[in-house]
Design a protein around this ligand. Structure first.
Ligand SMILES: C[S@@+](CC[C@H](N)C(=O)[O-])C[C@H]1O[C@@H](n2cnc3c(N)ncnc32)[C@H](O)[C@@H]1O
Length: 242
């Protein structure tokens, strides 16, 4: 069995998925992923400054940017960070001329990243948590705490296992059986999206990430979306002297 949490393995999964990721994610989630990205941006506390600069970690094809730029119209720049060159290339293709001057890209493994300390007014991440195990979540929490400036804000969201919800088994059936079937039928037998169901159920929910971020000294609020089918963490780093 391959180590599905090895960053090289994850990179390959997303490199192979990149061309179909946007359509698949929108259709197979019945539009929920878009709604959850919008809610993730809405959950982010006010930014400490106008012309804010920050990171979109595990940015993929840049799905969070329209929501970010809509809520915070005066953002100075979004620095998209992703390990997958395929997702990265697709993100560039999707850039609109009016947005391009506000987006930068860094191809980087966030688990071994040397992004500079206190370099961000905000950190956002949508659906980038599930391909990490707990030890990797701890590293990510340390990175978020390190790169945020005092007063900086963050918000992250991930598809989760809605434990306790009476329709949980139907949801898991959709993730683990329906999605791979659709992929086999409509996507020429590829098996990449089948992995996403496995990652999501292994992930559980974002409660443990909330604890790790608190352990790093950040103020954190944990939220459930749609009966816990997605969960998120949002908060900020205390201002100096606060
Ligand atoms: C499910 S996609 C999410 C994309 C996008 N943020 C969205 O809202 O749909 C997860 C992304 O995380 C990236 N990723 C996974 N492991 C990573 C790592 N160690 N460092 C940086 N990016 C990583 C993948 O390449 C992929 O683009």
């Amino acid at each position: 069995m391959p180590d599905i949490y090895d960053p090289k393995f994850v990179k390959n999964v997303f490199d192979r998925c990149s061309d179909r990721y946007i359509t698949f994610s929108l259709i197979c989630s019945f539009g929920f992923t878009e709604r959850w990205r919008r809610q993730c941006v809405a959950a982010m506390p006010a930014l400490p400054t106008g012309k804010a600069n920050g990171y979109d970690l595990m940015a993929g094809t840049g799905e969070a940017w329209p929501h970010l730029l809509k809520r915070f119209g005066d953002i100075g720049s979004i620095i998209a960070v992703d390990i997958s060159s395929g997702m990265h290339r697709r993100a560039i293709e999707r850039l609109h001329a009016h947005r391009a001057h506000r987006i930068e890209f860094i191809e980087d493994d966030v688990l071994a990243s040397d992004l500079p300390p206190e370099s961000a007014d905000f950190v956002i991440s949508t659906f980038g948590l599930k391909t990490f195990n707990s030890e990797q979540h701890a590293r990510l929490a340390a990175l978020v705490a390190r790169v945020l400036k005092p007063g900086g804000a963050f918000s992250m969201i991930e598809a989760s296992d809605p434990k306790g919800w009476w329709l949980r088994s139907l949801y898991l059936f959709h993730l683990k059986m329906v999605l791979p079937l659709i992929e086999r039928i409509f996507l020429r037998g590829a098996q990449d999206f089948a992995m996403i169901g496995t990652y999501s159920t292994n992930f559980g929910n974002a409660a443990q990430v909330a604890k790790m971020l608190r352990d790093q000294g950040l103020e954190v609020e944990f939220s459930k979306y749609f009966f816990g089918c997605a969960t998120g963490v949002a908060g900020h780093k205390a201002r100096a002297g606060a």
